[in-house]
Design a protein around this ligand. Sequence first.
Ligand SMILES: Cc1ncc(COP(=O)(O)O)c(C=O)c1O
Length: 466
Amino acid sequence: MRRATGAGRSLEDALREAVRSGRLAAGTRLPGSRALASDLGLARGTIVRAYTQLAAEGWLTGSPGSGTHVAHVNVPGPSDDDRRRECAPEKRRWRADLRPGRPDLASFPRTAWTAGVRRVLDRVEAERLDYGDFEGSATLRTSVATYAARARGARVTPDAVVVTAGFSHGLALPARALRGMGVRHAATEDPGLARHRELLTAAGLTCVPLRVDEFGADPAGLTAETGVALLTPAHQHPSGVVLSPARRGEFVAWARRTEGFLVEDDYDGEFRYDGRPVGALQALDPERVVFAGSVSKTLAPGLRLGWLVVPPALRVPVSAAMRESGGGVSVIEQSTLADLVARGDYDRHVRRVRSAYRRRRGELADRVAAVTGLALVGVAAGLHALLPVPSAEHERRLVAAGEYVGLRLQGLHTSGYRHPADASAPAALVLGYATPPPHAWSQALDLLGDVPAAEGLRAGPTGTRR
Ligand SMILES: Cc1ncc(COP(=O)(O)O)c(C=O)c1O
Protein backbone atom coordinates (compact mmCIF):
# COMPACT_ATOMS: atom_id res chain seq x y z
CA MET A 1 0.00 0.00 0.00
CA ARG A 2 1.11 3.51 -0.69
CA ARG A 3 2.06 5.60 2.32
CA ALA A 4 -0.45 8.29 3.28
CA THR A 5 2.06 10.99 2.37
CA GLY A 6 1.85 9.92 -1.31
CA ALA A 7 -1.79 10.95 -1.61
CA GLY A 8 -1.17 14.12 0.37
CA ARG A 9 1.73 15.10 -1.86
CA SER A 10 -0.35 14.53 -5.00
CA LEU A 11 -3.11 16.68 -3.60
CA GLU A 12 -0.66 19.45 -2.70
CA ASP A 13 0.86 19.36 -6.20
CA ALA A 14 -2.56 19.49 -7.83
CA LEU A 15 -3.72 22.42 -5.70
CA ARG A 16 -0.47 24.35 -6.10
CA GLU A 17 -0.68 23.92 -9.87
CA ALA A 18 -4.33 24.95 -9.93
CA VAL A 19 -3.55 28.18 -8.02
CA ARG A 20 -0.43 28.90 -10.06
CA SER A 21 -2.25 28.46 -13.37
CA GLY A 22 -5.23 30.56 -12.27
CA ARG A 23 -7.68 27.67 -12.49
CA LEU A 24 -8.43 28.33 -8.83
CA ALA A 25 -8.96 32.08 -8.63
CA ALA A 26 -7.87 34.15 -5.65
CA GLY A 27 -10.55 34.17 -2.98
CA THR A 28 -12.11 30.86 -4.05
CA ARG A 29 -13.35 28.97 -1.04
CA LEU A 30 -12.11 25.37 -0.95
CA PRO A 31 -14.29 22.51 0.27
CA GLY A 32 -14.06 21.68 3.94
CA SER A 33 -11.54 19.01 4.87
CA ARG A 34 -14.24 16.55 5.89
CA ALA A 35 -16.17 16.92 2.60
CA LEU A 36 -13.04 16.71 0.44
CA ALA A 37 -11.75 13.70 2.39
CA SER A 38 -15.01 11.93 1.74
CA ASP A 39 -15.05 12.90 -1.96
CA LEU A 40 -11.50 11.69 -2.51
CA GLY A 41 -11.61 8.74 -0.15
CA LEU A 42 -8.61 10.08 1.77
CA ALA A 43 -8.14 10.45 5.48
CA ARG A 44 -9.27 13.83 6.76
CA GLY A 45 -5.83 14.30 8.33
CA THR A 46 -4.26 14.07 4.84
CA ILE A 47 -6.41 16.96 3.62
CA VAL A 48 -5.73 19.03 6.73
CA ARG A 49 -1.96 18.50 6.38
CA ALA A 50 -2.09 19.49 2.67
CA TYR A 51 -4.09 22.66 3.44
CA THR A 52 -1.73 23.54 6.29
CA GLN A 53 1.34 23.05 4.11
CA LEU A 54 -0.06 25.19 1.28
CA ALA A 55 -1.10 27.88 3.73
CA ALA A 56 2.45 27.89 5.09
CA GLU A 57 3.75 28.33 1.54
CA GLY A 58 1.34 31.22 0.93
CA TRP A 59 -0.93 29.54 -1.64
CA LEU A 60 -3.94 29.31 0.69
CA THR A 61 -5.26 31.30 3.58
CA GLY A 62 -7.37 29.92 6.35
CA SER A 63 -8.67 30.68 9.71
CA PRO A 64 -10.76 28.55 12.02
CA GLY A 65 -14.42 29.03 11.30
CA SER A 66 -14.03 30.99 8.05
CA GLY A 67 -12.79 28.12 5.90
CA THR A 68 -9.85 27.81 3.51
CA HIS A 69 -9.49 30.20 0.57
CA VAL A 70 -7.11 30.64 -2.32
CA ALA A 71 -4.65 33.39 -1.42
CA HIS A 72 -3.87 36.43 -3.59
CA VAL A 73 -0.68 35.08 -5.06
CA ASN A 74 1.47 37.21 -7.27
CA VAL A 75 2.29 34.78 -10.05
CA PRO A 76 2.56 35.73 -13.71
CA GLY A 77 -0.75 35.04 -15.49
CA PRO A 78 -0.84 32.09 -17.80
CA SER A 79 0.64 32.86 -21.20
CA ASP A 80 -1.10 31.85 -24.40
CA ASP A 81 1.31 28.93 -24.57
CA ASP A 82 0.37 27.85 -21.04
CA ARG A 83 -3.30 28.09 -21.95
CA ARG A 84 -2.78 26.01 -25.04
CA ARG A 85 -0.90 23.43 -23.01
CA GLU A 86 -3.69 23.37 -20.43
CA CYS A 87 -6.34 22.81 -23.05
CA ALA A 88 -4.57 20.00 -24.88
CA PRO A 89 -5.81 16.89 -23.07
CA GLU A 90 -2.71 14.89 -23.95
CA LYS A 91 -0.44 17.50 -22.39
CA ARG A 92 -1.93 17.27 -18.92
CA ARG A 93 0.68 15.93 -16.52
CA TRP A 94 -0.52 12.44 -15.68
CA ARG A 95 1.52 10.43 -13.24
CA ALA A 96 0.27 7.08 -14.49
CA ASP A 97 -2.09 5.75 -17.13
CA LEU A 98 -4.36 2.79 -16.45
CA ARG A 99 -6.58 3.27 -19.47
CA PRO A 100 -7.24 0.14 -21.48
CA GLY A 101 -6.31 -0.29 -25.12
CA ARG A 102 -2.59 0.33 -25.14
CA PRO A 103 0.40 -1.95 -24.70
CA ASP A 104 3.55 -0.99 -22.82
CA LEU A 105 5.05 1.29 -25.46
CA ALA A 106 8.42 1.21 -23.71
CA SER A 107 8.69 -2.49 -24.50
CA PHE A 108 8.54 -1.94 -28.27
CA PRO A 109 11.32 -4.15 -29.69
CA ARG A 110 13.38 -1.28 -31.08
CA THR A 111 16.52 -3.32 -31.68
CA ALA A 112 14.74 -6.07 -33.59
CA TRP A 113 12.66 -3.54 -35.55
CA THR A 114 15.71 -1.43 -36.48
CA ALA A 115 17.59 -4.54 -37.59
CA GLY A 116 14.54 -5.57 -39.61
CA VAL A 117 14.26 -2.19 -41.34
CA ARG A 118 17.96 -2.36 -42.19
CA ARG A 119 17.64 -5.86 -43.63
CA VAL A 120 14.62 -4.78 -45.67
CA LEU A 121 16.37 -1.70 -47.04
CA ASP A 122 19.48 -3.72 -47.85
CA ARG A 123 17.59 -6.09 -50.08
CA VAL A 124 14.48 -4.31 -51.35
CA GLU A 125 14.54 -3.66 -55.10
CA ALA A 126 13.84 -0.07 -56.14
CA GLU A 127 10.65 -1.11 -58.01
CA ARG A 128 9.10 -2.38 -54.79
CA LEU A 129 9.14 1.15 -53.43
CA ASP A 130 6.61 2.11 -56.09
CA TYR A 131 2.82 2.26 -55.43
CA GLY A 132 1.96 -1.24 -54.37
CA ASP A 133 -1.15 -3.40 -54.47
CA PHE A 134 -4.03 -1.96 -52.47
CA GLU A 135 -4.40 -5.30 -50.71
CA GLY A 136 -0.84 -5.13 -49.35
CA SER A 137 2.53 -6.63 -50.19
CA ALA A 138 2.58 -10.27 -51.25
CA THR A 139 5.24 -11.01 -48.63
CA LEU A 140 3.24 -9.70 -45.69
CA ARG A 141 -0.01 -11.24 -46.94
CA THR A 142 1.68 -14.64 -47.04
CA SER A 143 3.24 -14.05 -43.65
CA VAL A 144 -0.12 -12.99 -42.10
CA ALA A 145 -1.83 -16.04 -43.62
CA THR A 146 0.72 -18.37 -42.03
CA TYR A 147 0.67 -16.53 -38.71
CA ALA A 148 -3.14 -16.28 -38.41
CA ALA A 149 -3.45 -19.99 -39.17
CA ARG A 150 -0.69 -21.00 -36.76
CA ALA A 151 -1.36 -18.65 -33.84
CA ARG A 152 -5.14 -18.20 -34.11
CA GLY A 153 -6.36 -21.26 -36.01
CA ALA A 154 -7.84 -19.12 -38.81
CA ARG A 155 -8.52 -20.73 -42.20
CA VAL A 156 -6.72 -18.44 -44.57
CA THR A 157 -4.85 -18.23 -47.83
CA PRO A 158 -2.70 -15.20 -48.77
CA ASP A 159 -5.18 -13.99 -51.41
CA ALA A 160 -7.81 -13.52 -48.66
CA VAL A 161 -5.56 -11.15 -46.70
CA VAL A 162 -5.80 -7.36 -46.96
CA VAL A 163 -3.18 -5.35 -45.08
CA THR A 164 -4.71 -2.37 -43.28
CA ALA A 165 -3.60 0.62 -41.24
CA GLY A 166 -4.76 -1.06 -38.02
CA PHE A 167 -8.13 -2.51 -37.01
CA SER A 168 -10.02 0.79 -37.15
CA HIS A 169 -9.08 1.29 -40.79
CA GLY A 170 -9.83 -2.39 -41.40
CA LEU A 171 -13.33 -2.11 -39.90
CA ALA A 172 -14.20 0.83 -42.13
CA LEU A 173 -13.53 -1.27 -45.25
CA PRO A 174 -16.11 -4.08 -44.89
CA ALA A 175 -18.47 -1.48 -43.39
CA ARG A 176 -18.31 0.60 -46.56
CA ALA A 177 -18.41 -2.50 -48.73
CA LEU A 178 -21.49 -3.87 -46.97
CA ARG A 179 -23.28 -0.54 -47.06
CA GLY A 180 -22.64 -0.50 -50.80
CA MET A 181 -24.23 -3.95 -50.99
CA GLY A 182 -27.40 -2.65 -49.33
CA VAL A 183 -26.75 -3.50 -45.66
CA ARG A 184 -28.20 -0.88 -43.33
CA HIS A 185 -27.84 -2.23 -39.78
CA ALA A 186 -24.77 -3.40 -37.87
CA ALA A 187 -25.08 -5.18 -34.52
CA THR A 188 -22.46 -4.11 -31.99
CA GLU A 189 -21.69 -5.30 -28.49
CA ASP A 190 -23.04 -3.40 -25.48
CA PRO A 191 -20.73 -2.56 -23.80
CA GLY A 192 -18.41 -1.92 -26.70
CA LEU A 193 -16.03 0.68 -28.08
CA ALA A 194 -17.73 3.94 -29.08
CA ARG A 195 -15.02 4.51 -31.68
CA HIS A 196 -16.06 1.41 -33.57
CA ARG A 197 -19.70 2.46 -33.59
CA GLU A 198 -18.59 5.83 -34.95
CA LEU A 199 -16.74 4.13 -37.79
CA LEU A 200 -19.74 1.97 -38.67
CA THR A 201 -22.03 4.98 -38.51
CA ALA A 202 -19.67 7.00 -40.71
CA ALA A 203 -19.99 4.21 -43.29
CA GLY A 204 -23.76 4.74 -43.28
CA LEU A 205 -24.74 1.85 -41.00
CA THR A 206 -27.08 2.09 -38.01
CA CYS A 207 -25.72 0.38 -34.89
CA VAL A 208 -28.02 -1.96 -33.00
CA PRO A 209 -26.89 -3.11 -29.54
CA LEU A 210 -26.26 -6.74 -28.60
CA ARG A 211 -26.43 -7.29 -24.86
CA VAL A 212 -23.33 -8.92 -23.40
CA ASP A 213 -23.67 -11.41 -20.53
CA GLU A 214 -21.37 -14.04 -19.05
CA PHE A 215 -21.52 -16.03 -22.32
CA GLY A 216 -20.52 -13.05 -24.47
CA ALA A 217 -22.70 -11.16 -26.96
CA ASP A 218 -26.27 -12.38 -27.12
CA PRO A 219 -27.47 -13.14 -30.67
CA ALA A 220 -31.05 -12.59 -29.49
CA GLY A 221 -30.46 -8.91 -30.35
CA LEU A 222 -30.02 -9.67 -34.07
CA THR A 223 -32.97 -8.50 -36.14
CA ALA A 224 -34.23 -9.31 -39.63
CA GLU A 225 -32.55 -6.10 -40.85
CA THR A 226 -29.12 -6.79 -39.33
CA GLY A 227 -26.60 -7.43 -42.10
CA VAL A 228 -23.41 -7.63 -40.05
CA ALA A 229 -22.36 -8.13 -36.43
CA LEU A 230 -19.11 -6.87 -34.96
CA LEU A 231 -17.82 -9.22 -32.24
CA THR A 232 -14.80 -9.61 -29.96
CA PRO A 233 -15.10 -13.38 -29.43
CA ALA A 234 -11.73 -14.23 -27.86
CA HIS A 235 -11.98 -11.58 -25.14
CA GLN A 236 -14.99 -9.31 -25.20
CA HIS A 237 -13.98 -5.68 -25.05
CA PRO A 238 -14.42 -4.41 -22.44
CA SER A 239 -16.28 -6.97 -20.27
CA GLY A 240 -13.54 -9.61 -20.63
CA VAL A 241 -15.80 -12.65 -21.18
CA VAL A 242 -15.19 -15.24 -23.89
CA LEU A 243 -17.92 -15.94 -26.44
CA SER A 244 -19.32 -19.36 -25.45
CA PRO A 245 -19.23 -22.29 -27.90
CA ALA A 246 -23.04 -22.28 -28.11
CA ARG A 247 -23.15 -18.58 -28.95
CA ARG A 248 -20.38 -18.97 -31.53
CA GLY A 249 -22.53 -21.60 -33.21
CA GLU A 250 -25.62 -19.38 -33.05
CA PHE A 251 -23.89 -16.39 -34.64
CA VAL A 252 -22.50 -18.50 -37.45
CA ALA A 253 -25.89 -20.16 -38.01
CA TRP A 254 -27.50 -16.71 -38.17
CA ALA A 255 -24.95 -15.50 -40.73
CA ARG A 256 -25.52 -18.58 -42.91
CA ARG A 257 -29.28 -18.39 -42.65
CA THR A 258 -29.53 -14.68 -43.46
CA GLU A 259 -26.44 -14.40 -45.70
CA GLY A 260 -25.16 -11.91 -43.16
CA PHE A 261 -21.56 -11.42 -42.09
CA LEU A 262 -19.64 -11.39 -38.84
CA VAL A 263 -16.59 -9.21 -38.26
CA GLU A 264 -14.29 -10.85 -35.71
CA ASP A 265 -12.14 -8.27 -33.93
CA ASP A 266 -9.25 -10.38 -32.68
CA TYR A 267 -7.62 -7.37 -31.02
CA ASP A 268 -5.79 -9.20 -28.21
CA GLY A 269 -6.18 -12.86 -29.15
CA GLU A 270 -2.48 -13.50 -28.45
CA PHE A 271 -2.84 -12.72 -24.75
CA ARG A 272 -4.42 -15.47 -22.72
CA TYR A 273 -2.80 -16.29 -19.38
CA ASP A 274 -4.69 -19.27 -18.01
CA GLY A 275 -4.32 -21.63 -20.94
CA ARG A 276 -4.55 -21.62 -24.69
CA PRO A 277 -6.60 -18.85 -26.30
CA VAL A 278 -9.82 -19.95 -27.98
CA GLY A 279 -9.24 -20.21 -31.71
CA ALA A 280 -10.66 -17.83 -34.28
CA LEU A 281 -14.42 -17.85 -34.83
CA GLN A 282 -13.57 -17.38 -38.50
CA ALA A 283 -12.47 -21.03 -38.69
CA LEU A 284 -16.13 -22.05 -38.26
CA ASP A 285 -17.08 -20.35 -41.51
CA PRO A 286 -14.50 -18.44 -43.59
CA GLU A 287 -17.29 -17.61 -46.07
CA ARG A 288 -19.22 -15.54 -43.55
CA VAL A 289 -16.63 -14.22 -41.07
CA VAL A 290 -14.21 -11.37 -41.66
CA PHE A 291 -11.25 -11.97 -39.34
CA ALA A 292 -9.38 -8.83 -38.26
CA GLY A 293 -6.05 -8.56 -36.47
CA SER A 294 -3.71 -5.74 -35.57
CA VAL A 295 -0.27 -5.16 -34.08
CA SER A 296 -1.64 -2.32 -31.94
CA LYS A 297 -1.59 -4.51 -28.80
CA THR A 298 1.37 -6.72 -29.62
CA LEU A 299 3.80 -4.05 -30.87
CA ALA A 300 2.47 -0.47 -30.87
CA PRO A 301 -0.66 1.30 -32.12
CA GLY A 302 1.50 4.02 -33.68
CA LEU A 303 2.70 1.55 -36.31
CA ARG A 304 -0.84 1.53 -37.78
CA LEU A 305 -0.59 -2.02 -39.09
CA GLY A 306 -3.28 -4.65 -39.19
CA TRP A 307 -4.96 -7.12 -41.49
CA LEU A 308 -8.27 -8.50 -42.62
CA VAL A 309 -8.99 -12.02 -43.77
CA VAL A 310 -11.84 -11.43 -46.19
CA PRO A 311 -14.50 -13.96 -47.28
CA PRO A 312 -14.64 -14.51 -51.06
CA ALA A 313 -17.95 -12.66 -51.48
CA LEU A 314 -16.48 -9.49 -49.98
CA ARG A 315 -13.06 -9.43 -51.64
CA VAL A 316 -13.92 -7.26 -54.62
CA PRO A 317 -16.00 -4.71 -52.64
CA VAL A 318 -13.42 -4.57 -49.82
CA SER A 319 -10.61 -3.95 -52.33
CA ALA A 320 -12.76 -1.26 -53.93
CA ALA A 321 -13.35 0.33 -50.51
CA MET A 322 -9.59 0.27 -49.94
CA ARG A 323 -8.99 1.99 -53.27
CA GLU A 324 -11.67 4.57 -52.56
CA SER A 325 -10.18 5.30 -49.14
CA GLY A 326 -6.92 6.21 -50.90
CA GLY A 327 -5.42 3.68 -48.50
CA GLY A 328 -2.34 1.57 -48.42
CA VAL A 329 0.36 0.91 -45.88
CA SER A 330 4.09 1.68 -46.14
CA VAL A 331 5.91 -1.10 -47.99
CA ILE A 332 8.89 -0.75 -45.66
CA GLU A 333 6.76 -1.24 -42.54
CA GLN A 334 4.95 -4.17 -44.14
CA SER A 335 8.22 -5.83 -45.14
CA THR A 336 9.74 -5.22 -41.72
CA LEU A 337 6.81 -6.89 -39.97
CA ALA A 338 7.04 -9.84 -42.36
CA ASP A 339 10.77 -10.06 -41.64
CA LEU A 340 10.21 -10.10 -37.85
CA VAL A 341 7.54 -12.79 -38.18
CA ALA A 342 9.76 -14.92 -40.44
CA ARG A 343 12.71 -14.74 -38.04
CA GLY A 344 10.62 -15.58 -34.98
CA ASP A 345 11.31 -12.14 -33.46
CA TYR A 346 7.61 -11.27 -33.44
CA ASP A 347 6.66 -14.45 -31.56
CA ARG A 348 9.55 -13.97 -29.14
CA HIS A 349 8.38 -10.44 -28.41
CA VAL A 350 4.78 -11.55 -27.89
CA ARG A 351 5.95 -14.30 -25.48
CA ARG A 352 8.05 -11.81 -23.53
CA VAL A 353 5.33 -9.18 -23.11
CA ARG A 354 2.72 -11.86 -22.46
CA SER A 355 4.59 -13.02 -19.39
CA ALA A 356 5.03 -9.42 -18.18
CA TYR A 357 1.32 -8.70 -18.64
CA ARG A 358 0.36 -11.96 -16.90
CA ARG A 359 2.41 -10.92 -13.87
CA ARG A 360 0.92 -7.42 -13.90
CA ARG A 361 -2.60 -8.76 -14.02
CA GLY A 362 -1.91 -10.81 -10.89
CA GLU A 363 -0.40 -7.82 -9.11
CA LEU A 364 -3.32 -5.62 -10.08
CA ALA A 365 -5.82 -8.22 -8.82
CA ASP A 366 -3.93 -8.46 -5.52
CA ARG A 367 -3.80 -4.68 -5.06
CA VAL A 368 -7.45 -4.20 -5.93
CA ALA A 369 -8.43 -6.95 -3.50
CA ALA A 370 -6.28 -5.44 -0.76
CA VAL A 371 -7.67 -1.94 -1.24
CA THR A 372 -11.32 -2.61 -2.04
CA GLY A 373 -11.96 -6.23 -1.09
CA LEU A 374 -13.30 -6.70 -4.62
CA ALA A 375 -12.25 -9.13 -7.34
CA LEU A 376 -11.50 -8.23 -10.96
CA VAL A 377 -13.93 -9.54 -13.54
CA GLY A 378 -13.13 -11.21 -16.85
CA VAL A 379 -10.97 -14.13 -17.94
CA ALA A 380 -7.23 -13.87 -17.39
CA ALA A 381 -6.47 -12.48 -20.82
CA GLY A 382 -5.71 -9.32 -22.74
CA LEU A 383 -4.45 -6.04 -21.41
CA HIS A 384 -7.33 -4.95 -19.20
CA ALA A 385 -9.74 -6.13 -16.52
CA LEU A 386 -13.03 -4.88 -15.20
CA LEU A 387 -13.59 -3.66 -11.66
CA PRO A 388 -17.36 -3.50 -11.10
CA VAL A 389 -18.53 -0.58 -8.98
CA PRO A 390 -21.96 0.00 -7.50
CA SER A 391 -23.20 2.73 -9.86
CA ALA A 392 -22.39 5.11 -12.71
CA GLU A 393 -22.03 7.84 -10.07
CA HIS A 394 -19.40 5.80 -8.18
CA GLU A 395 -17.61 5.26 -11.44
CA ARG A 396 -17.58 8.99 -12.24
CA ARG A 397 -16.29 9.81 -8.77
CA LEU A 398 -13.51 7.26 -9.03
CA VAL A 399 -12.39 8.57 -12.41
CA ALA A 400 -12.45 12.12 -10.98
CA ALA A 401 -10.51 11.00 -7.90
CA GLY A 402 -7.96 9.39 -10.23
CA GLU A 403 -7.59 12.69 -12.04
CA TYR A 404 -6.90 14.43 -8.70
CA VAL A 405 -3.97 12.15 -7.99
CA GLY A 406 -2.77 12.18 -11.61
CA LEU A 407 -4.01 8.68 -12.48
CA ARG A 408 -5.74 8.27 -15.82
CA LEU A 409 -8.75 5.96 -15.58
CA GLN A 410 -11.69 4.93 -17.72
CA GLY A 411 -15.08 3.53 -16.89
CA LEU A 412 -17.92 1.88 -18.79
CA HIS A 413 -20.14 4.95 -18.50
CA THR A 414 -17.54 7.71 -18.42
CA SER A 415 -15.91 6.45 -21.62
CA GLY A 416 -19.02 5.81 -23.68
CA TYR A 417 -18.92 2.01 -23.77
CA ARG A 418 -22.65 1.80 -23.09
CA HIS A 419 -25.07 2.11 -25.94
CA PRO A 420 -27.63 3.31 -25.60
CA ALA A 421 -26.31 5.36 -22.68
CA ASP A 422 -28.20 4.18 -19.62
CA ALA A 423 -27.08 5.43 -16.22
CA SER A 424 -28.79 2.49 -14.51
CA ALA A 425 -26.74 -0.13 -16.43
CA PRO A 426 -23.97 -1.88 -14.46
CA ALA A 427 -20.90 0.29 -13.94
CA ALA A 428 -17.22 -0.60 -13.76
CA LEU A 429 -13.74 0.79 -14.09
CA VAL A 430 -11.97 -0.63 -17.13
CA LEU A 431 -8.42 -1.02 -15.86
CA GLY A 432 -5.68 -1.34 -18.46
CA TYR A 433 -2.55 -2.78 -16.89
CA ALA A 434 -0.18 -2.78 -19.85
CA THR A 435 0.50 0.89 -20.47
CA PRO A 436 2.74 2.09 -17.62
CA PRO A 437 6.38 1.46 -18.50
CA PRO A 438 8.06 -1.03 -16.13
CA HIS A 439 9.65 1.67 -13.94
CA ALA A 440 6.23 3.33 -13.40
CA TRP A 441 4.14 0.22 -12.76
CA SER A 442 4.46 0.11 -9.00
CA GLN A 443 3.70 3.84 -8.80
CA ALA A 444 0.57 3.24 -10.88
CA LEU A 445 -0.54 0.57 -8.39
CA ASP A 446 0.23 2.90 -5.50
CA LEU A 447 -1.84 5.68 -7.04
CA LEU A 448 -4.67 3.25 -7.63
CA GLY A 449 -4.44 2.39 -3.95
CA ASP A 450 -5.14 6.08 -3.24
CA VAL A 451 -8.20 6.24 -5.43
CA PRO A 452 -11.01 3.94 -4.25
CA ALA A 453 -12.66 6.90 -2.74
CA ALA A 454 -16.31 6.42 -3.19
CA GLU A 455 -17.99 4.85 -0.23
CA GLY A 456 -18.40 1.09 -0.39
CA LEU A 457 -15.11 0.58 -2.21
CA ARG A 458 -12.81 0.37 0.76
CA ALA A 459 -11.82 -2.97 2.24
CA GLY A 460 -12.68 -3.06 5.91
CA PRO A 461 -14.70 -4.74 8.59
CA THR A 462 -17.99 -3.40 7.25
CA GLY A 463 -17.25 -2.67 3.61
CA THR A 464 -15.45 -5.89 2.66
CA ARG A 465 -16.96 -7.72 -0.28
CA ARG A 466 -15.48 -10.52 -2.30
C1 LIG B 1 -11.63 -3.63 -28.99
C2 LIG B 1 -10.46 -3.14 -29.80
N1 LIG B 1 -10.29 -3.62 -31.02
C3 LIG B 1 -9.25 -3.23 -31.79
C4 LIG B 1 -8.34 -2.33 -31.34
C5 LIG B 1 -7.17 -1.98 -32.20
O1 LIG B 1 -7.44 -0.90 -33.00
P1 LIG B 1 -6.32 -0.34 -33.96
O2 LIG B 1 -5.66 -1.51 -34.63
O3 LIG B 1 -7.05 0.53 -34.93
O4 LIG B 1 -5.34 0.41 -33.15
C6 LIG B 1 -8.50 -1.77 -30.09
C7 LIG B 1 -7.56 -0.74 -29.61
O5 LIG B 1 -7.74 -0.15 -28.57
C8 LIG B 1 -9.57 -2.20 -29.29
O6 LIG B 1 -9.74 -1.74 -28.04
